[in-house]
Design a protein around this ligand. Structure first.
Ligand code: GLY
Ligand code: MN
Ligand code: MN
Length: 448
């Protein structure tokens, strides 16, 4: 497990300083690492570090606990970590231990995990607010609240015990919402590799291939770059594309159908989130093309709204307008555009939002509204643009030629002072470009 470079350590230290400034010297932040989750019997799911903990420490081990105590004389950056244990390490790998946490991760002080309950009261004493991830790690929440309760009981009239718990939304998560250069470097690479993975799947597609085989092409590309899927890969052929969270990926792809792929690779915690929909055989039918052009126009309209100072709801509003106009023009919806928007009469075919923050979490942290009002975009925010239309088989009142068409197009967009920057442009989305790429693949494919 490579340890952080001096540049990485400086970056983590800067993030911690920003957070400590936000919580002030009367606050303390307590953030646990993720814990391992059993898959079955002696087998665990592949471990993934908690995003908040990772953002502030770069420490990969499970179970650890980070305490940030601004202004504490003996040190502000404290880690509780699993102890060294030669026998356990033979089975499950190297542990830094407290010594390694100080040496390689620059903790001011580090202790064995089993000292947490005895040391925590002193660390909380004199702090008014405890900043923590309430609800994310219920067992840890109980441990923390128990400690605070004891402190309140034992300290004279409760003096010196914290008076409140604050979730991290207003501090750490606001910080994470604006991506730093070091983060954008990772995210750009995750986006580039993911775009190439989609290209590879597009080139491989043909009737008779299975959905899981396209998934394999995509995930192989991630793995070659030292990445893994940032979320469950979706490969839905034909009407499977109308199931928003379809992950079975076990059907054969049929001539004349579209296939929808929603897949993003994760690099050091940062994930891309890309969707493309294309014809299994490389050529859009007239009906598929008509619906596709509507979704693409909506997607471009949404991206164009991602500008500094504009409200974050504008991409969705713009996408909905284009989708509804398009559906009325195609006879998929009937009525007045304004009324269909007002009454949300489009939700039968477009039932999800148009985008979300993206970063260490695929649905990243950061508030969408402040004081109940949509917030404006700022430079450094990253949002997806992902409108779609889903017309399941048997949709009443819709011409049968549109039945079974499910289309989503999703890109990742960085808001900059110069306008929206699409980070995932390496995979085509125009009809002609997709058809040209797939025709080239078919022409150069070795014949059996
Ligand atoms: N892949 C998850 C999403 O698009 O939101
Ligand atoms: Mn998304
Ligand atoms: Mn997606």
């Amino acid at each position: 497990m490579p340890v952080p470079t001096p540049a990485d350590l400086a970056e983590y230290a800067r993030r911690r300083r920003t957070l400590m400034k936000a919580i002030g010297k009367h606050g303390v932040a307590i953030i646990p690492a993720a814990t391992e989750q059993t898959r079955n019997r002696d087998v665990e799911y592949r471990f993934r570090q908690d995003s908040d903990f990772w953002y502030l420490t770069g420490f990969r081990e499970p179970e650890a606990v980070l305490v940030l105590a601004p202004g504490r004389k003996e040190g502000e950056f404290l880690l509780f970590v699993r102890p060294r244990d030669p026998e356990r390490e033979t089975w499950t790998g190297y542990r830094a231990g407290p010594e390694g946490a100080e040496r390689d991760y620059a903790a001011d002080q580090a202790w064995n995990l089993d000292e947490l309950d005895t040391r925590l009261p002193a660390l909380l004493s004199g702090r008014e607010q405890v900043h923590c991830t309430l609800g994310e790690h219920p067992a840890f929440d109980t441990r923390l609240t128990t400690c605070v309760r004891r402190l309140r009981e034992t300290s004279r009239r409760g003096n010196g015990a914290p008076v409140g718990f604050t979730v991290l939304d207003e501090t750490l998560h606001e910080q994470r919402l604006i991506k730093r250069p070091a983060e954008l470097k990772l995210l750009r690479r995750a986006c580039d590799v993911s775009a190439q993975a989609h290209v590879r799947a597009m080139r491989y597609s043909r009737p008779g291939v299975y959905e899981y085989q396209l998934m394999a092409k995509i995930e192989h590309e991630f793995a070659l770059a030292g990445m893994e899927p940032g979320y469950g890969t979706i490969v839905g052929g034909g009407a499977n594309a109308c199931v928003l969270h379809y992950v079975e990926n076990d059907c054969v792809l049929r001539d004349g159908d579209l296939v929808l792929i929603d897949a993003g690779g994760e690099l050091q915690g940062y994930t891309a989130d890309i969707t493309r929909t294309f014809p299994v055989n490389g050529r859009f039918s007239a009906a598929q093309r008509e619906v596709y052009e509507v979704v693409l126009a909506a997607q471009l309209a949404a991206i164009d709204e991602m500008r500094v100072g504009r409200l974050q709801v504008r991409p969705h509003t713009a996408a909905v307008k284009v989708l509804v106009e398009g559906m009325v023009a195609l006879g998929i919806l009937h009525g007045e555009v304004a009324e269909l928007i007002e009454t949300e009469g489009y939700r039968r075919f477009y039932m999800h939002g148009t985008g979300h923050w993206l970063g260490l979490d695929v649905h990243d942290v950061g508030r969408y509204r402040i004081d109940g009002k949509p917030r404006p975009f700022e430079a450094g925010m990253v949002m997806t643009s992902e409108p779609g239309l889903y017309i399941p088989p048997g949709s009443e009142g819709v011409d049968a030629r549109f039945h079974g068409i499910g289309i989503r197009i999703e890109d990742d967009v960085l808001v900059t002072a110069k306008g929206p920057e699409v980070l995932t442009g390496g995979v085509p989305k125009k009809v002609d470009d997709i058809e040209a790429l797939m025709a080239d693949a078919a022409a150069t494919r070795p014949r059996k």
